[in-house]
Ligand binder design. Structure first.
Ligand SMILES: [Zn+2]
Length: 293
């Protein structure tokens, strides 16, 4: 079972009328759990959103094109923010990383309670060609898959059947995470749309299927696809010590020094990957000293 690298597989099915994508994002979610110290529930909410964002990123034209997804609901988990680029490098966070709620009646994690049923899903897509595209839709269930389906329908006029899931063991380890997307091509027949809607019902347990079989075997067994196009997905942040240093510089010497006086050091925090960049007295002196020349 190869779970070390997250991947997206894409192919055309149903007489090339439906675009199919199967994602194994286990490694991506594992990295998010480690970086943000996520509870199982917060991991499920963030992991499902990251999986959907990876799918959206796979349609970006250029590697440097950027995409920003915000799920802002009224649930106990707060806001989810995920961004990525055309090279499928993603990062993201959830406001409450350690949320615990009682499970739903069916025993599954209560992602809807974490995210909330009222609020918005917003996608900003920047192709680097002028004004970015902004699409917004209302949350339906807070379970993420249905919310993205609603987004595709209302904002991009593309009916899309989606299954998303994250399976976390009692010890907090992610055993499997991924998703299936079935998107009829523009002008597809009614049969193609029904095929997508019916087929998605087989994947209500997608995280367990990914854990057990992996994405490649699912493609073969469920769709007869053996020649899917495959790309790797990674957790990669854009932050760096250099960028953090320029944030310190932008404070101005006086403010930086008074903060230093107060706190002993300056901490620049990156929400996306939960990294702290620390600047002590000598670092700050070097930063501003260099600027004076
Ligand atoms: Zn970062």
């Amino acid at each position: 079972m190869q779970k070390e690298i997250s991947k997206i597989y894409k192919a055309l099915v149903f007489g090339r009328e439906v675009s199919l994508a199967v994602l194994d994002t286990t490694a991506l979610v594992r990295e998010a759990i480690v970086r943000h110290h996520l509870s199982a529930l917060s991991a499920a909410a963030l992991g499902r959103t990251m999986t959907a964002t990876a799918y959206l990123c796979s349609w970006l034209k250029a590697e440097e094109s950027a995409l920003y997804v915000t799920v802002a609901g009224d649930g106990a988990g707060g806001k989810i923010s995920v961004s990525g680029d055309g090279a499928l490098r993603l990062r993201g966070y959830i406001t409450v990383p350690d949320l615990v709620l009682p499970p739903r009646a069916d025993g599954k994690l209560d992602v809807g309670g974490c995210v909330g049923k009222h609020g918005t899903l917003r996608v900003v897509r920047d192709d680097g060609e002028g004004i970015p595209f902004v699409g917004t839709s209302e949350l339906l269930t807070g379970e993420i898959a249905e919310d993205f389906s609603a987004y595709f329908l209302t904002s991009e006029q593309r009916p899309t059947a989606i299954a998303l899931g994250v399976l976390v063991a009692p010890n907090g380890e992610c055993l499997g995470a991924g998703g299936v997307f079935l998107q009829p091509m523009p002008g597809a027949s009614e049969e193609a749309i029904s095929f997508a809607e019916e087929k998605i019902g087989l994947f209500s347990n997608i995280s367990a299927l990914i854990a057990e079989k992996g994405a490649k075997r699912l493609l073969e067994e469920e769709f007869g696809v053996t020649d899917a196009a495959v790309r790797e997905i990674s957790f990669r942040c854009r932050c760096s010590r250099e960028k953090a240093a320029s944030a310190v510089l932008s404070m101005g010497r006086e403010d930086a020094e008074s903060l230093l006086e107060e706190a002993g050091e300056i901490v620049v925090h990156c929400h996306d990957c939960n990294t702290d960049y620390l600047f002590g007295r000598e670092d700050v002196a070097a930063l501003f000293g260099g600027k004076k020349k």
